[in-house]
Design a protein around this ligand. Structure first.
Ligand SMILES: NC(=O)c1ccc[n+]([C@@H]2O[C@H](COP(=O)([O-])OP(=O)(O)OC[C@H]3O[C@@H](n4cnc5c(N)ncnc54)[C@H](O)[C@@H]3O)[C@@H](O)[C@H]2O)c1
Length: 395
């Protein structure tokens, strides 16, 4: 493929989601000729060193050989962004509360962005990102990968055809084991919560399926287990969201479930409308393995799994909605860099993507819900209301 059609990728992060989903995806895209050079920026050199042992060659920031392995480089992502060529895309996979500085630095440098959900944690930050991205004609996609799950896409399609009628209520659950808060996110679990980290997926799914915006919500949180482990963080958070048509969605989240569960994530959703219902267990996809080596495993073939490649015999290929979601962003950026020459052309192309993508105006909905859930839970369960432009305040 013409080198012009390749985009260079910088991943800022290097943690769990980078190792398990983002980097396998971008290296696979490199193999297929759709991605050029890959660079990775992380907080410390030891993470880069670990990634060097897992993936093909890339440029690392910091360089463990010259910058050491334990010294922290919290601002080095700026240098990595500056070194990324003009056609590059920055994939932001830092902790939830540290998305905004990376996104803003990328937009300022005129680089396109794919950011792990949530876009950011505060409505004001999302509005700033919208303004900056508009001015610079920069693509900023939030990776809400559940939008690519065919189960959720099917629900949207049926809803749009009118088969569910008008929404009455919905229920979603997403819960993960104790090692998430205590090990994987031990450095930042106090700054986020199970709702902000994963519950927002299902608030976004309701919005994605119905197009409805939130009117008000009330949320509750419990701090019983994590404080006994030295973490002042929520174990579980529940939110009841009233949407603009009067329908109501209840979302329950946790990150202190048993580590003996049959899969990492308990998850699913039901929605009831006047003409029909949707009900899906997103954990139990009716496939399991039970092996001596791995024990019992509820297998979700849809999210992100490796299969034998059809194109590269003997090699593995990543398939699933986790992959599709990031590739959508990479392909959009390839389209932007190959078909537009001026700011006006970029803005016109971005405008055509607004309705179908979690660009910042759509991502603002999840940010506002997250922000409101945190406010409500911190206040012990007070209602928070939304204006039509997603400004939030206590009722
Ligand atoms: N799409 C999903 O379902 C999904 C799943 C898991 C995580 N996530 C999101 O992805 C993001 C990252 O999650 P994770 O699981 O990889 O977290 P993690 O804690 O495992 O990794 C975060 C990484 O960010 C790096 N980092 C922190 N500050 C930095 C800085 N100043 N410069 C460069 N790197 C820095 C850390 O070194 C660490 O490697 C979060 O926003 C999380 O909510 C999304």
């Amino acid at each position: 493929m013409d080198a012009k059609n390749k985009v260079d990728v910088l991943v800022v992060g290097g943690g769990m989601i980078s190792q398990e989903v983002i980097l396998p995806t971008v290296f696979q895209e490199q193999k297929y000729g759709r991605v050029g050079n890959i660079s990775i920026s992380s907080l410390t050199g030891d993470i880069i060193e670990k990634l060097q042992g897992m993936f093909p060659p890339f440029t690392g920031y910091p360089n463990p050989k010259t910058d050491g392995t334990t010294k922290m480089y919290p601002d080095m992502f700026k240098q990595a962004i500056a070194n990324l060529p003009e056609n590059g895309v920055v994939i932001v996979a830092t902790p939830d509360h540290f998305h905004t500085p990376v996104i803003k630095a990328a937009i300022e440098a005129g680089k396109h962005v794919i950011v792990e959900k949530p876009l950011c944690l505060k409505v004001e930050e999302a509005n700033e990102i919208i303004k900056m991205a508009d001015e610079k004609g920069v693509y900023v996609l939030t990776d809400y990968h559940k939008r690519h799950d065919r189960s959720i896409r099917a629900c949207r399609h049926k809803f749009k055809q009118g088969l569910l009628g008008e929404m009455l209520h919905g229920h979603a659950w997403i819960e993960e084991p104790k090692y998430m808060a205590l090990d994987v996110f031990k450095d930042w679990c106090e700054k986020s919560s199970p709702f902000e980290y994963i519950g927002v997926h299902y608030a976004d799914a309701y919005y994605f399926i119905t197009g409805l915006k939130p009117k008000r919500l009330v949320a509750f949180g419990q701090k019983k287990y994590l404080p006994t482990q030295g973490k002042n963080a929520y174990d579980a958070v529940q939110a009841t969201i009233e949407w603009e048509d009067g329908s109501v969605q209840f979302v329950q989240t946790s990150w202190v479930n048993s580590e003996n569960n049959s899969a990492m994530t308990n998850q699913g959703m039901m929605m009831l409308g006047t003409m029909g219902e949707y009900w899906a267990d997103h954990k139990d996809r009716n496939t399991h393995f039970a092996t001596e080596e791995e024990g019992f495993d509820e297998f979700n073939p849809n999210f992100f799994k490796k299969y034998d490649s059809f194109d590269f015999p003997g090699e593995e290929e990543c398939v699933g909605y986790g992959y599709d979601s990031i590739v959508q962003g990479i392909n959009d950026v390839r389209t932007i860099v190959t078909t537009t020459n001026t700011l006006e052309e970029r803005k016109a192309l971005l405008a055509t993507m607004e309705d179908t993508r979690a660009l910042p105006r759509q991502a603002l909905i999840g940010v506002a819900i997250n922000n409101a859930v945190r406010m409500s839970a911190d206040a012990g369960g007070k209602f928070v209301t939304f204006t039509s432009d997603m400004a939030i305040s206590f009722e």
